[in-house]
Design a protein. Structure first.
Length: 428
């Protein structure tokens, strides 16, 4: 190599070293500018968008419910069911905000409580097995204008959102759920009497025909119950949207100023939904008991989607991005940015764990919605002796447990010790 050639090579190397250093410096500066407040602001933006989308899709559900009540038919019932399933997509992504934020957790019971003794609401099959000792388990508000419990009488002649809210946990039983998504689900699908065999609830549209043609009696009161429950869901969602609205004196305004404690809430919510709630209460319980009564969306057989979008919510919070129902995206500073600045390899690991969970739950979704000759809903997967189906659920549980360990490492890396996500008393 000549001296001139050597000079050119040195010049080229120096130039590239300078460019690389400049790029690294720029990246380092970008990461350094991501602080906890920016992350919390974006977290709050995502929460607001998710709850707003939940409200928007619930309003669409309300339109379809009104159409069903006005003109009951197979078509209007199918449209109402489809609207309910659509409404679950954003709502299930909201549950990651529940466990870290007390205002959401305290509110959630009226919106998404389960499992429920559906005999409180409407007629049930003679084979129905309810919670032992539950005084409201067969109260059947649709069929009765007055409920009698011992010496106590309760006037339920006018079915209103306020009345339904007052019936939740009647007599101290958590199985008495009179409101929310699952009460509406039951009123649209009816009981799923198929056990661990194929098939969801088969309520007929004739349960809503007024006058001649009404099946199972009290079609007017059943329609009033469905309408009141949907109205209450709308007002509850409006309340939570306002809690996350920017520029207001609300919960959001307090949270974004919490700094490290706010980050703890984010990670505790992620870890607790991942471990105790989704892996534990929503999968492990029904799997070990082979019990379709313990599956999440048990009337509609939509459980696979609910589980998938729960996990999607966890992913949203870590990556700091959420795809809205209109196709737009909310994104900004994230936990991923904070972790990457301190331990890039851990960020890679966390993302890989999120991908593994997504893939495991997508197998569940594909199996539930696949070809008819291979299709299996969640309540079929948990059947005693269904080794292939049980493996699908077990693989998802393992992925969620692994993911939770990484969430705890993430917490430690950004200075949060002893995160201790809620296990819901499950051992993994």
């Amino acid at each position: 190599m000549t001296e001139i050639e050597g000079g050119i090579v040195r010049k080229y190397l120096v130039k590239n070293i300078v460019l690389m250093a400049t790029a690294l410096l720029a990246n380092s500066h970008a990461l350094a500018t991501v602080d906890s407040k920016a992350v919390l602001e974006n977290y709050a933006d995502i929460a607001h968008a998710v709850f707003e989308d939940s409200l928007i899709t619930a309003q669409h559900l309300q339109v379809q419910v009104d159409a069903l009540i006005e003109k009951p038919s197979e078509e209007t019932l199918a449209a109402a069911k489809d609207a309910w399933i659509q409404a679950r997509v954003p709502y299930q992504q909201s549950e990651v905000f529940r466990f870290g934020n007390a205002n959401v957790d305290e509110w959630e019971g009226q919106v998404n409580a389960w499992p429920l003794d559906e005999g409180l609401i409407d007629y049930v099959n003679a084979s129905y097995e309810h919670e032992m000792g539950n005084i409201g388990a067969t109260a059947n508000v649709v069929a009765n204008t007055e409920l009698i419990f011992g010496a106590d009488k309760l006037d339920v002649s006018e079915i209103t959102p306020e009345l339904l809210a007052s019936l939740n946990e009647l007599g101290g039983s958590e199985a008495n759920v009179a409101t929310g998504y699952h009460a509406i689900e039951f009123l649209l699908w009816g009981q799923d009497l198929n056990g661990t065999n194929a098939g969801a609830g088969q309520r007929s549209h004739t349960d809503y025909i007024q006058g001649k043609g009404c099946t199972n009696g009290n079609c007017d009161r059943r329609a009033a119950y469905l309408k009141a429950a949907t109205e209450l869901l709308i007002s509850d969602l409006e309340e939570m949207v306002s809690q996350w609205q920017a520029g207001a004196d609300n919960y959001r305004a307090e949270l974004v100023e919490e700094g490290q404690n706010g980050l703890r809430k984010m990670l505790f919510g992620m870890g607790s939904l991942s471990l105790g709630e989704l892996a534990g209460e929503r999968m492990k319980v029904s799997l070990e008991a082979n019990s379709p009564e313990d599956e999440h969306d048990c009337f509609s057989d939509n459980t696979h989607n609910s589980h998938y979008y729960n996990a999607k919510g966890i992913r949203n919070v870590y990556l700091g991005e959420y795809k809205r129902v209109d196709g737009s995206t909310v994104s900004g500073a994230s936990l991923s940015d904070l972790v990457k600045a301190k331990d890039e390899q851990l960020d890679v690991q966390m993302r890989a764990d999120l991908d593994a969970t997504d893939a495991a739950l997508m197998v569940m979704v594909d199996t539930a919605e696949g070809r008819a000759d291979r299709q299996q809903a969640f309540d079929q997967m948990i059947a005693n002796g269904n080794k292939a189906g049980q493996k699908i659920i077990t693989d998802a549980i393992v992925a969620l447990v692994t993911q939770t360990r990484s969430i705890e490492q993430v917490a430690n890396t950004i200075g949060i010790d002893n995160l201790e996500p809620d296990t819901a008393d499950h051992a993994f």
